[in-house]
Design a protein around this ligand. Sequence first.
Ligand code: NDP
Length: 237
Amino acid sequence: MAGFQGRSVLVLGGSRGIGAAIVRRFAAEGAAVAFTYAGSQAAAEQLAAETGATAALTDSADRDAVIARVRDSGALDVLVVNAGVVVYGDPLELDPDAVDRLIRINVAAPYHAAVEAARRMPEGGRIIVIGSVNGDRSAFPGIAAYAMSKSALQGMARGLARDFAPRGITVNVVQPGPIDTDMNPAAGGFKDLVYPAMAFKRHGRPEEVAGMVAWLAGPEAGFVTGAMHTIDGGFAA
Ligand code: NDP
């Protein structure tokens, strides 16, 4: 596979889970890949050594650091904003600082990164943000702050799609359901909550999400923009 030979790709939040699968996919297809991480230095270094991608420490909670990282990445063909966190629990008990941090990482960083990337992105550029099926559906209590952040990405993508279309840049959201990662391990208790609502009673694999991202980044998806792409085993069906 060499579908992205000569293409420059930045993945924000690429050290583990879905982000790491996206890094592997683009690297395997010949792209020049850079990715950021915040806490998982060892995993980031290992992935960089494995794939030839470049790892950079950049906390998505730090707006100026995110903007600087995107700016210093030059003219990107593809930006993928994957970094995200969950704050889960009774909203009456949650730490408000944790909720505000979630908003910085899950909402503010994608917006500022997308805008900064678009300043230099060539015709045919792709901006892809990893949202969640929780942007459409909050099927259980305790998920309001996370769902709010993922719904916000929908408005962002619809708006920026119109702003950047005259320059041939697409903006899309990939909305996974349960995917087997550290955030949501298939072996964890979460499956008892969500499997009854799913058509396929299993977690998805990070590689399945990476496949959808690769399609959106590729030449066949040039007419796809401002859209939400759900990959959830039928959770929202
Ligand atoms: P993981 O927790 O397994 O991995 C998260 C990744 O994001 C890591 O590489 C982590 O890097 C990075 N990251 C987290 N916070 C920051 C930060 N402040 N700055 C930079 N990077 C950061 O999560 P998943 O792979 O499961 O999730 C990836 C995305 O997919 C998220 O946006 C999540 O909301 C979304 N998603 C996941 C689902 C699931 O079931 N797994 C379902 C729906 C959506 P590091 O460890 O180095 O900080």
